[in-house]
Design a protein around this ligand. Structure first.
Ligand SMILES: C[S@@+](CC[C@H](N)C(=O)[O-])C[C@H]1O[C@@H](n2cnc3c(N)ncnc32)[C@H](O)[C@@H]1O
Length: 171
């Protein structure tokens, strides 16, 4: 099998920021559920499958006390995000160009994480790749750490449907 493990990488992914992945946002959600959150004073954070990287770039810039890692196996994505990171001098953001399988096997030196987040990942990948993510979580999530999973769904994106329909040429 190729390095994409069946994932369609024929076009680079779109650019988006997802506030649900923010450690500050996640801590607020936990506090509202009366669950003790990780300390926001100093923390480690990992995003799996970052696409264009906008979420991790913004989070690293707005949380200088955090040590951020964002991983993606697509070299086009890593190059684009790394050039913005370097220009913005974000020394707290590391961008490993690796598959989830490689990470799960410990092929890259990583710390244990307080937060592991992923947006638009679980619904796009094979069962085998999902199992690699579970293996990664078992290996790298700190006790008391937070895992966040989200994806785009019709109720949240209904407002852009008219735009898609008009661009495809039907009302
Ligand atoms: C649907 S995109 C979502 C990107 C980003 N999270 C967002 O929402 O903008 C999925 C991302 O996961 C990456 N990806 C898919 N399978 C992967 C794997 N096995 N290992 C590492 N990255 C993977 C792709 O390159 C892509 O950037």
């Amino acid at each position: 099998m190729s390095w994409t493990a069946g994932y369609n990488n024929s076009v680079a992914y779109t650019t988006g920021f997802y506030q649900e992945q923010s450690p500050t946002y996640l801590n607020a959600c936990l506090v509202m559920q009366r669950v003790a959150p990780p300390s926001i004073e100093k923390f480690t954070y990992c995003e799996l499958g970052f696409g264009q990287g906008l979420t991790s770039l913004i989070l690293a810039a707005t949380h200088p006390q955090g040590d951020f890692y964002a991983c993606d196996f697509n070299p086009v994505h890593v190059l684009a995000a790394a050039s913005i990171r370097d220009e913005a001098k974000l020394s707290n953001l590391t961008l490993p160009e690796n598959s989830f399988g490689e990470l799960a096997q410990g092929k890259v030196e990583l710390p244990m994480f307080d937060y592991i987040t992923m947006h638009g990942i679980i619904s796009w990948i094979s069962d085998e790749t999902r199992a690699q993510i579970v293996q990664f979580l078992k290996r790298y999530l700190k006790p008391g750490g937070v895992v966040q999973v989200s994806y785009n769904a019709m109720p949240g994106l209904a407002q852009v449907l008219p735009l898609r329909r008009s661009r495809r040429g039907y009302a």
